[in-house]
Design a protein around this ligand. Structure first.
Ligand SMILES: [Zn+2]
Ligand SMILES: [Zn+2]
Length: 443
């Protein structure tokens, strides 16, 4: 079911009112609620002090100290700024819970009293504002809340808990960095990997899950279109790269519309087209920057091959000489699609419906966004079951108003994204705690 449809249906009641009452002995929800004031202090501190990808030094140090206080065996500096916290508690499965730590180069405009005023230097040497515009601060606070609940309930579970704080999700490099630094060799390797992401298109406290492909393959492609430059008044003695690049942009649109199975979703977006410097000069080069999204490895390969073929084919049609053919370059920052183990995800989804009520939890359609959470499952797909789920963050009144008046809501990465953090954190922590206890239940 598309996310919007489900959430529209669920809107009759607020998240908390829609929740099913719990058995008297189940105190997870009440315990997290009691912990909320302290958790919100932590959230506001993280929000006011965001750090860019691979610069999460203060954040990592602060949360590593908290994990140590809780009794975890903590290792810092895994994959540059990553943190691994391990708690061995008898025989049983290894369960890994992940939160990501990085903020974005965005100047915050939420007007919140604890809004970030931080400025930092990007790796490209550009000074920029920094903001937790993707809500990774809610992920980290939910992670701490979950750790506290699981430590408190140590008598109820058996196995090994591995809680990680991942750097550099926003540049798609942090998960790989941790894996390359021995995440699954120096530390217990998980059978289960769980994480959540806040959602900017869903009301606060609602949970969405997607069995199978949940988020897309993300590729960046650069096309350098070469022509033969010259005077704007004498096109006959040139090969105009702007006209050629324009044709490439247009023909690329047929990759999805004419070459792909209509049931197979993918995106090719040309986000940047740069060429020329003056009215009367035909430049000798144009540059196109593309984002390419897909789900399966096969579709990804098909589209990437198609881009190369179209670029070359259009250049041939334009009469560009062989030694001036377009250069198509695939960036090495590829983020593979997130795949939620289907049966496992359906089982956990059903479990969450039982806990939160099925007005508050639903299966939702996959997203074309990307997440390097995918890397953990892909490291050993035969032996790892993995799931990431969405937790809605839009205050209900704002959500209803936006729907009623047809207003676009701020998306993730927007300078205006201000989730209802307490609801996101409480919901996510309750879900993560309950899921982990289910997986590690003492026999
Ligand atoms: Zn993001
Ligand atoms: Zn994110």
């Amino acid at each position: 079911m598309p996310v919007a449809k489900f959430f529209a249906r669920a809107l009759a009641a607020s998240a908390l009112a829609a929740a099913t009452p719990l058995a008297a002995q189940d105190t997870i929800r009440a315990d997290i609620a009691a912990d909320m004031p302290g958790l919100m202090d932590l959230y506001r501190d993280l929000h006011a002090n965001p750090e860019l990808s691979f610069q999460e030094v203060r954040t990592a140090k602060k949360l590593a100290a908290e994990a140590r206080r809780l009794g975890f065996e903590v290792t810092e500096g895994v994959g540059k700024t990553g943190v691994v916290a391990v708690m061995k508690n008898g025989p049983g499965p290894v369960v890994m819970l992940r939160a990501d730590m990085d903020g974005l180069p965005v100047v915050e405009q939420t007007g919140l009293p604890f809004a970030s005023k931080v400025r930092a230097m990007s790796p490209a040497g550009i000074e920029t504002g920094v903001m937790h515009a993707c809500g990774h601060d809610t992920h980290m606070t939910g992670w701490v809340a979950t750790a506290r609940q699981l430590v408190k309930r140590k008598a109820e579970w058996s196995g090994t808990l591995v809680m990680i704080l991942q750097p550099a999700e926003e540049i798609g490099s942090g998960a790989v960095a941790m894996l390359n630094d021995g995440l699954f060799t120096r530390f217990p390797k998980p059978q289960y990997v769980l994480g959540f992401h806040d959602a900017a298109q869903a009301p606060a406290g609602f949970i969405g899950y997607t069995p199978g492909f949940a988020l897309a393959n993300v590729d960046s492609v650069d096309i350098k279109v070469k022509g033969l430059g010259g005077h704007g008044a004498y096109p006959q003695s040139t090969k105009d790269p702007i006209v050629l690049a324009a044709r490439i942009v247009t023909t690329l649109q047929t990759l999805i519309s004419r070459e792909l199975d209509p049931q197979d979703a993918a995106v090719v977006t040309v986000g940047s087209f740069q060429a020329g410097a003056k009215h009367n000069i035909i430049s000798d080069e144009a540059t196109l920057l593309l984002t390419v999204r897909s789900y399966s490895d096969e579709t990804r390969a098909k589209i990437l091959d198609g881009i190369k073929r179209i670029a070359r084919g259009e250049a041939i049609a334009a009469g560009v000489p062989e030694d001036r053919m377009p250069e198509v370059k695939l960036a090495d920052t590829f983020t593979p699609a997130v795949y939620n183990s289907p049966e496992f995800t359906t089982e956990i989804g059903t479990f969450l419906k039982g806990r939160f009520g099925d007005k508050r939890v639903a299966q939702v359609a996959p997203s074309m966004g990307g997440e390097d959470f995918s890397r953990f499952y892909r490291a050993d797909p035969d032996n790892i079951k993995s799931m990431i789920f969405w937790v809605g963050g839009v205050p209900l009144a704002e959500y209803n108003k936006a729907k009623k008046e047809g207003i676009e809501m701020p998306s993730l990465h927007s300078p205006f994204w201000a989730p209802e953090a307490d609801t996101v954190i409480a919901t996510a922590a309750e879900a993560m705690t309950a899921m982990t206890l289910k997986l590690m239940k003492k026999p």
